[in-house]
Design a protein around this ligand. Structure first.
Ligand SMILES: Cc1ncc(COP(=O)(O)O)c(C=O)c1O
Length: 385
């Protein structure tokens, strides 16, 4: 499988999580679509491409467990959550309940729109290390007040790479009459999941991470009940459309001016690619290997893991705490000196190293990382608690 990817073979690539990586057949399909676009831009952008977008949405809907008219392609999850945060009607004092484990860009998005409305974005503290799902859920609901209007949580967190119990949290939120918004950027193609399995009103996911599409393909799911208040970020031809489809939601959000939506059109190909290569079992093996490597790293380095090292909390990524006075230097050393691509993440005053495990990774990649970390410990650049 390694040969299928375009990745630079001189780099030990342990950061699939940030931007995915596109296998050659998918990238070739992408270029084929872009060529079709450039051969007849007018027909493609106005007609044939739009028809293909509808069938791509349908196939994506089946894959993620929702109806075609509930899902629209967006460039990235930031675009999707900005769309929602800008539209939501907040009164002064209203609260959006979230966690202190969210993705930094989207915390900023919520801060921005909450501040504008004199509302509050609540980063409820989740105690680390997590002892159990029950403890995490109980920590979360300590942030609830009568002012809470909606919840916003990651399904898989960014810096800490933790799977959060979104099904349980959304079910409880619905009992309390709250709107449920989930950031599933890392989820599609990563862990088994169907939107229809949980009580979520709004869900975003990236196709260009674990589904391996080219960059610029993500989605926003909004259930029928909530589509009427979610305004498009860009008002374009879809408003008062001359050729309305049966869905105003799709008309409003799909048209945002001239753009190359070829990456979105590769999504059906990505789904077929994953089926052909038995991705269900590929991902399962990677998840098992992640657990094995995480346990091994913990034993070798002696850090305290931020959650139980179990499938309940971990997918194909593992974040472990590292102490350093100079995180930029650490990143630089790992990449420039050892040719290892791995993020050094930061949250709530702590630094983490986050490795991903994808089909092309082998045990020797992690042994190399471990040896390099031991060298850096020896040189006094880092230590583990
Ligand atoms: C939890 C989470 N949400 C959202 C995103 C998407 O970010 P962007 O919109 O910048 O691509 C990421 C990217 O890594 C993420 O980890």
């Amino acid at each position: 499988m390694k040969e299928l990817f375009l990745l630079d073979p001189t780099i030990t690539f342990l950061n699939f999580g940030s931007f995915g990586a596109c296998p050659k057949p998918i990238f070739e399909e992408y270029q084929k679509i872009q060529l079709q676009l450039e051969r007849e831009p007018v027909q493609f952008i106005v007609k044939t491409g739009i028809e293909k977008l509808a069938s791509a949405r349908e196939k994506l809907g089946t894959y993620i467990g929702c109806r075609e008219e509930e899902v629209v392609f967006m460039t990235n999850p930031s675009y999707a959550i900005n769309t929602v945060a800008k539209s939501i009607k907040l009164s002064p004092g209203d609260e959006i309940l979230s966690t202190n484990l969210e993705y930094g860009a989207l915390e900023r998005t919520w801060d921005y729109y909450c501040e504008k409305a004199s509302a509050k974005f609540i980063r409820q503290k989740i105690n680390l290390p997590i002892q159990s799902k029950e403890q995490l859920i109980s920590d979360f609901w300590k942030g609830y007040t009568e002012k809470t209007k909606a919840i916003f949580i990651s399904h898989i967190t960014s810096a800490t790479a933790l799977i959060l119990p979104v099904a349980e949290i959304c079910a409880e939120a619905k009992k309390r009459g709250l709107l449920t918004i989930v950031d599933g950027a890392h989820v599609p193609g990563h862990i088994p999941f169907q939107i229809s399995d949980i009580e979520v009103d709004i869900y975003t996911g990236a196709c260009h991470k674990w589904m391996m599409s080219p960059k610029g393909a993500s989605f926003l799911f909004v259930n029928k009940e909530n589509q009427n208040w979610v305004d498009p970020l860009i008002i374009s031809w879809g408003y008062k459309s001359e050729f309305p489809s049966q869905s105003q939601f799709i008309d409003y959000h799909q048209t945002s001016g001239t753009r190359d939506f070829s990456a979105c059109l590769t999504v059906p190909f990505c789904i077929d690619f994953m089926e052909e290569h038995n991705w269900h079992s590929v991902a399962e093996t990677c998840r098992k290997n992640t657990i094995e490597m995480a346990t091994y790293f913990q034993n070798e380095l002696g850090f305290e893991s931020i959650s139980p090292i179990k499938e309940e909390f971990l997918g194909q990524m593992f974040s472990f705490p590292v102490f350093t006075n100079n995180p930029l230097e650490l990143k630089e050393q790992l990449f420039q000196r050892f040719q290892i691509e791995i993020p050094v993440t930061f949250q709530n005053g702590n630094y983490y190293l986050r490795f991903s495990y994808q089909v092309f990774n082998e045990e020797k990649n992690y042994l190399k990382l471990l040896n390099c970390l031991k060298t850096l410990i020896h040189e006094g650049t880092i230590f583990f608690g």
